[in-house]
Write a protein of this length. Sequence first.
Length: 336
Amino acid sequence: MSDALVIGLDIGGTSTRALVASLAGDRVGTGAAGGGNPTSHGAEAAAAELAKALAEALAAVDPARVRAGTIGLAGVARLLADPASRAAFDRAWVDAGLQCPFEIIGDALVAYASGTASPDGTVLISGTGAIACTIRGFALDRVSDGHGWLLGDAGSGFWLGREAVRATLTAMDAGRPPGRLSRAVVARLLGPPEDTPTAARADLGTLSARDRVDLLVQRVTRRPPVELAKLAPLVIAAHAEGDPTATALLAEAARLLTESVARIREPGDTSPIVLAGGLLTGDTPLAPAVERELTARWPEAPRPHASDGAAAAAWLSARPLLTPVEAAALHTRLLP
């Protein structure tokens, strides 16, 4: 096993990243490609991006040395339920020269493993969507939320954007002067596209209050719902300027995310809570607010942040090939 390698891939809607590593923790190949989520891009297009990332990562490596592989993928259940999608991924794997088996797992488990080597714990993710999961023996145990934009994802970027629009509509209905957040939402959604004729631009400024409300609703409902997540930065910016509506929304998002965890995690649990997703690992006011809420509920639980998903997937591939002590040491090497 001294020359054995493993490969891990982290596949999302916007990017695909691959890492080939030795069992000693040496990074011997990396690859990157475009979005490879078959749900959003289609099976064949997703498999093509997978093939690109594999080819780049294996460019200087003999594929026969790779003993195991793991692919972390959002929406994994849909892929596994669709034989055509799974077959497309299988073909990309074989065409890359890989002879070893590979496992496809959910992105939540990869995010968890990127933050800790503990086999048991919880992962809380807030990005475009939101979900909380408990992990037992590095397997998915219980899940809270992750129900999508129509039914859930409370505390996510989508949720923040939707609530910002709702608060803006409420203020417009009441005839209240717009606050910082409402002004930003109106400017973003009612601002005319760059190709709007000059005459049409002038007409927008003469609309009645009710017509402006109706136009705002139309601008939102005629776009894909997920685009509401693009308004989340407006909430963060308005909070920085002291807007009370934005501050209240972020506080509520933190509460809702913590409640998602509380539905599946026992009081007094001291296992890690891994924080993942752009809203909880980036420089946002939601991250410390959630940390405060989690600390109040589970004061003794470590709260590491998720990091390199491809490295975590490679580590999960290597675990069955190593002793527990060796696996812990490899995690420290790959995910310091």
